[in-house]
Design a protein around this ligand. Sequence first.
Ligand code: CA
Ligand code: CA
Ligand code: CA
Length: 573
Amino acid sequence: MWRAVVVVCVLCLMALSTPSCQSSGVPLQERMARGVNGGSNCATCSIVLGLIYQLSEIHNETVVKAMERLCSFLPSQFKEPCDVAVDFLTPFLIQIITDEETPDAVCLSLGFCTTDPGHQTCRLWPKPKTDFNSAVKLRRALIEKITRTKLLEPSICKLPGIKEICAWVDTTIGHHLPSFDVDVDGFSNVQTLRGYSWRGADCNDDRSDVHPGTRPVDSDVTFDSNCNGIYGSDPTSTRPYEDVLCGGTQPRGIAVLGDSVGAHFHLPEEWFDSRKLSPKVFENLPFIIENEIDWPEMSSVTGTNHINCFYAKLHLSVLHTLLYSTSKCGLVLIIPCNIIKSFNIHSLRRNQLKDYPMLIIYSLVGNDVCNGHADTFAHMTTPQEMYDNALKTMLYLDKVLPPNSSVMMTGLAEGRFLYDSLHDRIHPIGRLHNDVTYPDLYDYFNCLEISPCTGWMNTNKTVRDMTSERAEQLSAALQDLANNNASLFTNFKLYYMECPLNIGFRFWAKYGLPTWKLIEPVDGFHDNQFGQALTAQIAWDYFEKNHPEILGSINPNNAEIERIFGQQGGYRN
Ligand code: CA
Ligand code: CA
Ligand code: CA
């Protein structure tokens, strides 16, 4: 089958170098090859091998034994391809690994890392005791001897055991629509693979007219047509429950159109801390990969607090849950995670006549200023492009959203808080010896030109400042669009607010709270679960205070709905 730990790390690094929402359409092997000096292939090799070196040190064993140990931590279906990859690599590794060698030098020797013409050699780990270049030269000669009998290509996705996984990733994930959707209505009763973690659960996958967020058919007298759990009639009055409990109220759905911040990208930090590696931390690997390393069921907009989440048992003040507490009649959650930049929108399916109104959070946190190029500013969106792209998206939304919907545009993040919060902290991969800081990782990714955001994940203050300046200009373009074009849109009202993340970071800083606690420790780029919950509460408070009509009035029948139908949630099977 398709799995292996090294591949998990392939996915991790793939995700690090190109945040998950951008993954659709481009084969993994091609994405891994982006950048210079070996790009993501090099980073994957150096990081994974670095962790294996640490494991070998912790357990006082050879590097090959430590690789086997790492394979043994995997769920059963992952072990075999992992062992295949290790068997293939072993003859190379036993020839070239010595006590003085570092993972950087080994990956250069193996060919996964290179020094391209006009570029400096990239280094993540501390320098070896011996001369780096001559060590690489020597090992390279040994490798060439072996490759006469065994082909070693400089691509992680071509390694035996791993190529099947890369192929599986390409065909299975990143297509924006559910893989299991019998009636092809865009909703699924499977949680992963763009299923109900992402879009709300289909309570009948044999009927395309039954899915979350529709107005009830014939008042749902005989069955639940809109998956809110409410159907049947009140035995005393014989009136349908949908009429009694939801009639005259303001049910709505919620969706986020955004990037990997909206989808809540999250890599478990235990995977990158050699002291914590164990079978336990890989237990949920299939689920995590099938959800593309995103956690929409726990995100600031579409998360719910009813799920049994396994990485953080936090109460989530997420918008979906808050909105559900306002009306238990109509919620659907949709998180297409489909905007690479301010243009390009797919898969928001709504029926203007049959569906309830939507609250859309149009959230472009940073992709318009974030890229991995050395000449990063040349690849950023300009204010005029931002305005035009957003206008195009709004005109599209006006054609698909049911009347009386709302669209809340949020401005871009102030990404300088990343460096300001993390610049003196140790990254999880460096915790064993306190030898890799976040700036080390930023420099390394920039050297390979695979950073998720060269502009903000940068040790050069001027570059960070200029990136923020562009982000402010782009936010101003969005604000201008929202403030001056109300008459263009008939089916929704358009609003603008500052990026809630910025408000959250200012709030924490003001009260002297450590702002690094709001950032994902592995990628150092996205906000973490605390950040997601905090931003949801900030947005909710802002709506309540300034635009309560977005949220609608509270359904007075909520308690009665819960008494009769339980915590149905509108997103479950
Ligand atoms: Ca379906
Ligand atoms: Ca259906
Ligand atoms: Ca119903």
